[in-house]
Write a protein that binds this ligand. Structure first.
Ligand code: MOS
Length: 769
């Protein structure tokens, strides 16, 4: 974003640095950090049984009368115009109801871009959708066929004949680097960071490394493809969608179709994995437009290749990391420069330039990143955006530095851990990376590394590697919940929040039960629908904290409402909200358990069937005053074949310093899933572009390799469980950090095994033979 944004954020930070911490959110540590009953216990997912039985209904499974199925025709050129478009054969094919092209598509506005400044925007690819004959990327939709069955739609799509006037396009990363843009800011941070004299330190230091690292384009492959079932009721648009942004999708579609936000209803109770991919892309817009044109409900399920062509992945990067250190391994300079693809029509930064700002204490910094504009689909966020690729570069370089110093890589990290924010000097809210390193090293048996390096078993050489992971704490403003207590004392928590497999309802039910002094069975959580109280995007590993803050706020208001209703004929008479606490299914005076009245009793006396209160998460000012980052220590053991160059990961340990863990069963699974994505990044995942045409050549799971069960070793997950006193429940987000650091740990283990340094992901066997 802009210089203005830098000035505003800088100004707010400057003010907050003078404001006493006691005035900011989290000033009083959440009592639930210690007073936990169900939080911290192993609870199975509420949605588990329905998913196992096939009873959980996903967007493509909602039954509907009169449904038409959609199939898409994708452009085969990167840039140019549609010269001729013959739809006659498709229209005459059996079962085909309609073919939509730019000639008959309804007039649509451009979707508003997803970002931190507009919580009601979800657009990723900021281009007009099917409004003219222009082609902007290879894979753009040029026609949509509606038919009575999916097979008929697919057949119809195969009959659409398109001719193009091809224009010159830029699809090579190397070509784009020459005039790359240097944005003023990356997310909400200043892009260019110069602190101290890194240039001099790099020239004069006793030890230094200076290397280029490359990571490829990658595509999201959630188990559930992008899907939408959509219909119009007059001017009301109703979508069953797979989305991580219910209200943002509704708000964006309202803008696109020129209707009011309240006229769009989005339902998404279950999402089969999102990882950043499931915001607003062309397919929801196309399906809604086609439903309008046809006057019938439409279902659009992207094929796996359709996902690769229409849903932007993680951009490729080229990163230079230079490190300087004194003879004791103390860091004197950290230089991190690099390029990623961000077309002008993309809304998402790949913020790798932020990674090195929190990991290590260092005398000087020189950091900047550049955006390469190509004629390709907009890139987007993919689990751990920025940090996933940033830690590969920095943590590989740290390993190279340790080697150069002749120092143990764990020791090198321990010597450089920061005791405050390395750049701003702001205090940490909580930070104990040292504990994570110690715990992880012990569990892994890191001290065996020296002898293991010489290990050889036939053709297999063994090696061990480690790396740090990191991810910031994020809490979103504007996320709200309503808590209702009924006449039976049963509580319901409602919010337009998202369930993409991370256990949202399960964990917030634990939270609300502890917050309201209720047993688990007395609490239910309703999420997954845009008509519920507004919630922000489930991204940036922020949803648990945002909902947590909203539940906390709502419970405070609920106490006030209950006291008002209780009146004077109650043991609670005369008390203010600050003087009572939730306990034993009711309210009681703090420090005087005799003054208690139950919810049921209060409601009965007040002649009410229920009582409710709404609360909102509020501005996350603590994020601007404190340095709030989670960290991890990842350890990996690999075998590499001398004969084929194959890499087998035998062991993987992750030790995480991520605040309090709320549900160990779900958290372990969340961390493991993240680490498996890290293994994919390390060893197999790579989108192959034909750089002459910008065409993705690997648009299937046969060509784009995600790890399968046989690739995955035993994965051990540990955590420090040290609460962050500034966050709801003492917890920080854990959705993305698992992916960070893993690729470097694998690459470093491969180096330890073979002496070969692979700086270009993925580490395929051709790079090792
Ligand atoms: Mo995440 S990549 O913010 O869904």
């Amino acid at each position: 974003m802009s210089k203005l944004q830098n000035a505003i954020v800088g100004g707010v930070r400057a003010v907050l640095s003078q404001v006493p911490a006691a005035w900011l959110p989290g000033a009083t540590p959440d009592p639930l950090i210690d007073k936990r009953v169900t939080l911290g216990t192993q609870q199975s997912r509420l949605d588990g049984p329905d998913k196992v039985r096939g009873a959980a209904r996903f967007a493509a499974e909602v039954p509907m009368d009169g449904l038409l199925y959609a199939a898409l025709v994708h452009s085969t050129i990167a840039r140019g115009r549609i010269a001729a478009l013959d739809t006659a054969a498709a229209e005459a094919a059996p079962g085909v109801a309609l073919v939509m092209t730019h000639r008959n598509a309804p007039k649509l506005a451009v979707p508003p871009p997803i970002g931190l400044t507009n919580l009601k925007a979800a657009g990723n690819n900021i281009l007009p959708v099917m409004q003219d004959d222009a082609i902007r990327w290879n894979g753009q939709t040029v026609a949509l066929v509606l038919a009575e069955t999916q097979e008929q739609a697919d057949h119809g799509a195969s009959l659409v004949d398109v001719r193009y006037d091809v224009a010159a396009s830029r699809t090579r990363f190397e070509d784009g680097k020459a005039d790359a843009r240097t944005p003023d800011s990356i997310l909400i941070e200043r892009n260019r960071l110069l602190k101290g004299n890194a240039k001099k330190a790099l020239e004069t230091a006793a030890h230094r490394v200076d290397r280029l690292y490359r990571t490829p384009w990658q595509n999201h492959n959630p188990i559930e493809p992008h899907a939408v079932t959509v219909f119009w009721e007059g001017e009301r648009l109703i979508l069953h969608d797979a989305t991580q942004g219910l209200n943002a999708t509704a708000g964006s579609l309202a803008k696109v179709f020129g209707i009011k936000e309240e006229q769009v209803h989005v339902s998404s109770p279950f999402v089969g994995g999102g990882f950043g991919a499931k915001a607003l892309w062309d397919h929801q817009i196309l399906a809604a437009a086609a439903a309008k044109l046809a006057g019938r409900p439409v279902r659009l399920v992207l094929s796996r290749s359709g996902m690769h062509r229409l849903i932007g992945g993680r951009t490729q990067t080229e990163q230079r990391v230079a490190l300087a250190a004194d003879k004791d391994g103390k860091l004197q300079a950290l230089l991190h420069h690099g390029y990623s693809v961000k077309p002008l029509h993309s809304a998402c930064d790949e913020q790798f330039g932020l990674t090195g700002r929190s990991l290590y204490r260092c005398e000087s910094f020189d950091i900047v990143q550049h955006h390469v504009d190509l004629d390709v689909l907009a890139n987007t966020f993919m689990r751990g955006p920025g940090e996933a690729v940033g830690t590969f570069a920095i943590e590989s370089a740290m390993d190279e530095l340790a080697h150069e110093l002749g120092m143990d890589p764990v020791e090198l990290r321990l010597r450089n851990l920061p005791d405050r924010d390395p750049v701003s000097g702001a205090p940490h809210s909580q930070h104990d990376a040292a504990r994570a390193w110690t715990m992880g090293a012990e569990r892994f048996g890191w001290h065996h590394r020296a002898s293991a390096a010489a290990n050889r078993n036939g053709e297999w050489r063994t090696g061990m590697g480690c790396a740090a992971g990191t991810f910031p704490y994020v809490r979103m403003p504007g996320t709200s919940v309503r808590i209702t207590i009924d006449g039976n004392g049963q509580a319901t928590v409602a919010s337009a929040a998202h369930e993409m497999g991370m256990g949202t309802a399960t964990v917030q039910r634990q939270h609300a039960a502890d917050r309201l002094g209720l047993p688990l069975e007395m609490v239910s959580v309703t999420i997954g629908d845009s008509s519920l109280p507004f919630a922000g995007f489930a991204g940036g590993s922020s949803q648990t904290a945002s909902l947590g803050a909203a539940i906390n706020a709502a419970s405070g208001k609920l106490a006030g409402e209950l006291l008002r209703l209780a009146g004077n004929d109650t043991p609670l008479a005369g008390l203010k909200a600050g003087e009572v606490e939730f306990a034993e299914a009711g309210l009681r005076k703090i420090g005087d358990p005799a003054r208690h009245e139950s919810f049921i009793s209060i409601l009965r006396r007040g002649g009410r069937t229920d009582i409710s209160a709404k609360g909102e998460s509020g501005p996350p000012l603590e994020m601007l005053k404190f340095s709030m980052h989670s960290t991890s220590a990842i350890f990996c053991e690999v075998r590499v074949s001398d004969v084929t160059g194959e890499v087998r990961v035998d062991r993987l340990v992750g030790a995480f310093d991520c605040g309090r863990i709320l549900n160990p069963k779900i958290a372990a699974s969340q961390f493991r899933g993240g680490m498996i994505m890290g293994l994919g990044m390390a060893l197999t995942e790579e989108t192959l572009f034909d750089e002459r045409s910008g065409r993705i050549m690997s648009a299937s799971l046969a060509d784009y390799h995600v790890p399968v069960h046989l690739d995955i070793p035993e994965i051990e997950v540990l955590w420090t469980d040290i609460p962050d006193p500034r966050t709801p429940m003492g917890a920080r987000g854990i959705g993305e950090i698992g992916t960070t650091g893993v690729a470097a740990a694998v690459a470093n283990a491969v180096f330890n095994a073979t002496g070969k340094r692979v700086r270009d992901l993925p580490i395929t066997l051709d790079k090792l033979v």
